[in-house]
Design a protein around this ligand. Structure first.
Ligand code: NAD
Ligand code: UDP
Length: 311
């Protein structure tokens, strides 16, 4: 098949391009290189089945493809809050442009939505039928509400124009090719530990997240795309839940670092707890994550050791 991946130079997008090419597909990778890096896809340049296009999803584009994976959007709070108006435009106008293309060329489209649509959840763990607890006017809203509108657009194009949609709610995912300055917790802690810098725990570190390794996540993503009928939304993530303090301690133990844990202010609207209920993915996609946190962290630490040596 001919497959478009938006956000192809980013963390998840670049791994997805690798997997799709391994399966023998032709891949067009599109990116505006805001948080993504050419380095993540440089090994694919020269592959006759791969094409890299510099393009911003805010602008319309027409490409003849069979599948669209829409991943373009900064994912780290630091980056999506840098230019919040641009973030919401990326989610909303980018989604309209990609859905418009899907409608024109009759492509199936998968939207990379997020656990952030649940906001600071009052239901735990989160199931897909929970509508969420989101502040519409806070500093995270540009991302959360943008992704919620993007889901709405998917379902309206589906009902109104019969566009084939797949909506995936991704929970915190980590692994090689995250940007060292990405700002998300796993990359921050590993880079800090390897440099011997203080490990910055925001708040008292009792807030929780459930961390999924990138390889597991991609299997769920590609499984959902090729499901014959399931529109979603479907949670894809690892249900093993940890406090942020536990994560910091684990990273220190695995790196053998002498770094100290220091407390920093908790950003506003930071969700207190998050854990996916993956019953639906287990049943419909026969999918569940296999990589334990320790194993995934070791692979990610090895990657960052290489990056920091080169820098
Ligand atoms: P990332 O920041 O590494 O990648 C995002 C990519 O999109 C980057 O290459 C960036 O340059 C590109 N991009 C941003 N705005 C764009 C625009 N207007 N036009 C074209 N390209 C643009 O983030 P990631 O972790 O790879 O996330 C990929 C997708 O998955 C995002 O949509 C994100 O919201 C979603 N997601 C990720 C996670 C996670 O834990 N990694 C969790 C939930 C949702
Ligand atoms: N966090 C932290 N130190 C950091 C970066 C993040 O304690 O250096 C915390 C953050 O406050 C949040 C959790 O780790 O409670 C996950 O943050 P991240 O930005 O990775 O993802 P999100 O909040 O979007 O789930």
């Amino acid at each position: 098949m001919k497959i478009l991946v938006t956000g192809a130079a980013g963390f998840l997008g670049s791994h997805l391009c690798d997997r799709l090419l391994e399966q023998g597909h032709e891949v067009i990778g599109l990116d505006n290189f805001f948080t993504g890096s050419k380095r993540n896809v440089e090994h694919l340049v020269g592959n006759p089945s791969f094409e890299l296009v510099r393009h911003d999803v805010i602008e319309p584009i027409l490409l003849e493809v069979d599948r669209i994976y829409n991943l373009a959007c900064p994912a780290s709070p630091v980056h999506y809050q840098y230019n919040p108006v641009k973030t919401i435009k990326t989610s909303v106008m980018g989604m309209i442009n990609m859905l418009g293309m899907a409608k024109r060329v009759r492509a199936r489209i998968l939207q990379a939505s997020t656990s952030e649509v649940y906001g600071d959840p009052e239901v735990h763990p989160q199931r897909e039928d929970y509508w969420g607890h989101v502040n519409p006017i806070g500093i995270r809203s540009c991302y959360d509400e943008g992704k919620r509108v993007a889901e709405t657009l998917c379902f309206d194009y589906h009902r109104q124009n019969a566009v084939e949609i797949r909506v995936m709610r991704i929970f915190n995912t980590y692994g090689p090719r995250m940007h060292p300055d990405d700002g998300r917790v796993v990359s921050n802690f590993i880079v800090q530990a390897l440099r011997g810098d203080d490990i910055t725990v925001y708040g008292d570190g009792s807030q929780t997240r459930s961390f999924c390794y990138v390889d597991d996540l991609l299997k769920g993503m590609m499984g959902l795309m090729e499901h014959p009928s399931l529109t979603g939304p479907v949670n894809i993530g690892n249900p093993n839940e940890f406090t942020i303090r536990q994560l910091a301690e684990q990273v220190i133990a695995l790196t053998g670092s002498k770094s100290k844990i220091v407390a920093k202010p908790l950003p506003s609207d930071d969700p207190k707890q998050r854990q996916p209920d993956i019953t639906l993915a287990r049943k419909e996609l026969a999918w569940e994550p296999k990589v334990e946190l320790r194993e995934g962290l070791l692979k990610t630490i090895a990657y960052f050791e290489g990056v920091l040596k080169k820098a």
